[in-house]
Design a protein around this ligand. Structure first.
Ligand SMILES: [Zn+2]
Length: 324
């Protein structure tokens, strides 16, 4: 059985492989899904076909538009990350001996009943060391997903993250420090972004204060902070809690020429469509108080590619926009 530190290190290696600016939720969502299975006491290896559906749903909900189509990639490629320290495959030899680049199709994975899971030593440690699974899962969440989405991902998976403290207390201080530092942010970012937008949501204008303190107002990173997005105003938007979450889910983005809000075709808003959320589709954001503070095109392009759930809703003609 591996020690807690060895297991944390093994997972740390996939993080190091992540290139700045490139965001792919596939591997972390597969890992979290596998952890939820371990936590429920299910067998170590699972047939791809048995997790195909939940994986598809997770990627559709928390990934960019086309993520679900390549959902079988991590199941295959995770086995070659870190020389197979993290993931093990089982199935017919003629399939498993393929070169790493020759990813089997979804059908092949199903037909050959390819199974995958954590290697025995890691699986064992995750099941036996109190709090280790929660510590690793929390680290994976922090590495890949913004805080706004973490709670929903955990709930979708049915993961229980309580009990994390025990293992952190048992770990050497250096490791705990490393965990603490992941969340290091420039504390001035929130204040500067909110000030730029004069303390209101740039989408809906929400500006409630409790006394002198803005309430339910947040500074969102356009390019996520944990994938290299800088703490500067042109990478920030002042959003109410609701619009921050919708933005991080890819329900809408902001286009770079006139800074209009563009909703996704995947975002549906029943009877409240016109009066509700979708009323903001096609409207320009409330601009920041200085043109230098406007969202920069490179960060908006990152958001469009990596977070927004394409395709966009139809553009609103300028005449119709003026009339609203
Ligand atoms: Zn808002």
């Amino acid at each position: 059985m591996k020690s807690a530190i060895e297991v944390l290190d093994a997972f740390e290696n996939i993080r190091r492989a992540q290139r700045a600016g490139v965001y792919a939720p596939h591997k972390p969502l597969l890992i979290l899904l596998a952890m939820a299975r371990v936590q429920r006491g299910e067998p170590r290896l699972v047939a791809f076909m048995d997790i195909d559906e939940p994986l598809k749903q997770l990627l559709a909900e928390f990934g960019p538009s086309s993520a679900a189509k390549s959902r079988h990639y991590p199941f295959w490629h995770l086995a070659t990350d870190g020389s197979g320290a993290l993931w093990e495959l089982s199935g017919p030899r003629e399939v498993l001996k393929r070169p790493a680049g020759a990813t089997p199709s979804l059908t092949e994975l199903r037909v050959h009943r390819i199974r995958g899971g954590f290697p025995i030593d890691i699986d064992d440690a995750l099941r036996r060391v109190p709090g280790l699974l929660q510590a690793v899962a929390s680290r994976v969440l922090d590495t890949y997903f913004p805080l706004t989405l973490q709670g929903d991902i955990v709930a979708s998976l049915g993961l229980d993250l309580n009990g994390q403290r025990e293992v952190r207390e048992a770990m050497p201080l250096t490791t705990v420090d490393a965990i603490g530092q992941r969340r290091h942010r420039n504390p001035g970012f929130r204040e500067r972004v909110l000030r730029a937008y004069e303390y209101r949501c740039c989408v809906c204008g929400f500006d409630l204060r409790i006394g002198l303190t803005p309430a339910g107002l947040e500074a969102a990173h356009i390019q996520w902070h944990h994938v290299g997005g800088p703490d500067i105003e042109p990478n920030g938007l002042s959003l109410c809690s609701l619009h921050h979450k919708l933005f991080d889910l890819g329900a809408f983005t902001v286009e770079p020429s006139e800074h209009r809000v563009v909703f996704s075709q995947h975002a549906i808003s029943g009877g409240r469509g016109i009066a509700g959320e979708l009323q903001f589709h096609g409207r320009a954001i409330h601009p920041p108080q200085h043109a230098d503070l406007l969202p920069a095109p490179e960060f908006l392009a990152w958001n469009l590619k990596n977070v927004f759930k394409a395709p966009a809703r139809q553009a609103v003609p300028a005449t119709a926009r003026a009339a609203r």
